[in-house]
Ligand binder design. Structure first.
Ligand code: GLC
Length: 508
């Protein structure tokens, strides 16, 4: 693959705790991931993005990193990570890891040194220590300031275990330059940058804390390092609805791509989807940056559940956890949406389990929930555990081949119908749809452009460079297919030659 493989790649997101457990302790690990590489090859993805695998007290699912240059023992060892990278490469699968620069962990050496060194020390200057707390609230709920025994307070935009790093300090810059090199030297093909718009803080630590101009200096310097390594891809987690501000991250000397959260958050509505797609293309094309198409990740409710609700949009501030869903409807729409996302020009992200059509698990008992959103909301917002339940691989009952032990979050009994094993044998399954679609996509889709076809106000239809036409019916009635010679794939059965509601077809 070329140096710009990522422009049209299908990237599979692995949440390692929940992917596959190799040692039977109920937690996914590198042994499990390595053993399932053939599955990822068969699925047909070009790359995996692995959410944090570093040593971590797990106050936030690993996004509280105690050591950026090692692997958490629950997952394995650094040597095993290197073997994994080599084995993935041998299968032509690229490896992207998660780098978390906005905050570290109270268990990190730096934070321990800061506590020991006391107020006014250079060690405290790596974080944001103050004599008085500020007024910001944590993104997970509660105050963003926590007091330490000597009376000072430190800033944490997320959980108290995630102290924010001070990006006005050159030492912090140097540290992350070294972390990037550490992993690039070990062969990783790119990094996903966590909370990428939050690093720079306003003077006085008041007012807006997102998207300050200084953050771009960080990414310019990271891009220089990536370029030295032949263009390892830099992917930003940038939640910014303002397209002009978003586009700044994709300037030619900054990040290569960023997640398209407008697409993820968009309701299942033809006009809204079309406008998000057009806006996305208008933002990216002038920059020469490929768009990304993201339907879900480890922070949002599963697609099947979201699309079966009365309100199909996504809103971080109002998670709508537990809101009832028509899963049959959601399932049809998730299939149609998968073909739509895979047909659009650019890269596509697939969060583990979406290829199995897993629904959100709403009934995890409170005492088993691990998301800090649950605790910090005073047990009023369940949070993100419901999309992080360990994958069902095979068999008729939990743990469904996930591993020998009891999974760290309980799997629903009725997932027996959703195992990889059950779906492999079923030509009508979600997994078969993904496998078939990814195969076609590798040949005919990915990077490039599209031309819209007008096919009525509630139908999205466009033709790609290869001549493939993708048509999605978002109306309430069946519609005729546009002229074609061949039907390559449909997300559901046709209705006497017509394309039913909530269905996508790929035509040539
Ligand atoms: C990102 C991650 C999320 C994490 C947060 C803090 O949004 O995707 O899982 O909780 O950053 O690191």
């Amino acid at each position: 693959m070329s140096e710009t493989w990522w422009r049209g790649a299908a990237i599979y997101q692995v949440y390692p705790r929940s992917f596959a457990d190799g040692n039977g302790d109920g937690v996914g690990d590198l042994a499990g991931l390595r053993s399932r590489l053939p599955y990822l090859s068969d699925l047909g993805v070009n790359a995996v993005w692995i959410t944090p695998w570093y040593p971590s007290p797990l106050a936030d699912g690993g996004y509280d990193v105690a050591d950026y240059r090692d692997i958490d023992p629950v997952f394995g060892t650094l040597a095993e990570a290197e073997r994994f990278i080599a084995e993935a490469h041998a299968r032509d699968i690229k490896v992207i890891i998660d780098v978390v620069p906005n905050h570290s962990s109270t268990a990190s050496e730096w934070f321990k040194q800061a506590l020991a060194a006391g107020p006014g020390s250079p060690e405290r200057e790596r974080f944001w220590f103050r004599d008085e707390p500020g007024e910001w609230r944590s993104i997970f709920g509660g105050p963003a300031w926590t007091q330490v025994p000597d009376g000072q307070w430190y800033l944490h935009l997320f959980a108290p275990e995630q102290p924010d790093l001070n990006w006005t300090n050159p030492e912090v810059h140097a540290e992350f330059h070294d972390v990037l090199r550490f992993w690039f030297d070990r062969g990783v093909d790119g990094i996903r940058i966590d909370s990428a718009a939050l690093l720079a803080k306003p003077e006085g630590l008041t007012g807006r804390f997102e998207d300050l101009d200084e953050v771009h200096d960080v990414y310019r310097s990271w891009r220089r390092i990536s370029d030295e390594y032949g263009g390892r891809v830099l992917i930003g987690e940038v939640w910014l609805p303002d397209q002009e501000r978003f586009a700044r991250y994709l300037r030619p000397d900054e990040l290569h791509t960023a997640f398209n959260f407008d697409f993820l958050a968009c309701p299942w509505d033809p006009a809204r989807l079309r406008s998000v797609i057009e806006r996305t293309l208008a933002t990216h094309v002038p920059l020469g940056a490929p768009p990304t198409w993201v339907l879900s990740n480890h922070d949002v409710a599963r697609v099947v559940t979201r699309y079966g609700r009365a309100d199909t949009s996504w809103d971080h501030g109002d998670r709508r956890d537990g809101v009832p869903s028509d899963l049959g409807l959601g399932f049809r729409r998730a299939r149609a949406a998968a073909l739509l996302a895979m047909a659009l020009p650019g890269g596509v992200y697939i969060y583990q389990g979406e290829e199995l059509g897993l629904p959100e698990v709403d009934d995890i008992p409170g005492e088993l929930r691990q998301d800090p959103i649950w605790t910090r909301s005073g047990h009023t917002v369940p949070g993100r555990d419901g999309c992080r339940v360990p994958l069902p691989w095979s068999g008729d009952e939990p743990p469904f081949g996930f591993g020998a032990g009891r999974p760290w979050l309980p799997q629903p009994e009725d997932w027996r119908k959703l195992t990889v094993e059950a779906q492999t044998a079923d030509l009508g399954s979600m997994l078969t749809l993904y496998r078939t679609a990814l195969r076609i996509r590798a040949r005919l889709l990915g990077d490039g452009t599209l031309t819209w076809r007008e096919h009525g106000p509630e139908v999205l239809a466009f033709t790609r460079d290869s001549g493939l036409t993708c048509v999605t019916n978002l109306s309430a009635a069946p519609v005729p297919l546009p002229p074609h010679e061949e039907i390559l794939l449909t997300s559901g059965p046709l209705d006497e030659g017509l394309l039913p509601p909530d269905t996508t077809a790929w035509l040539m």
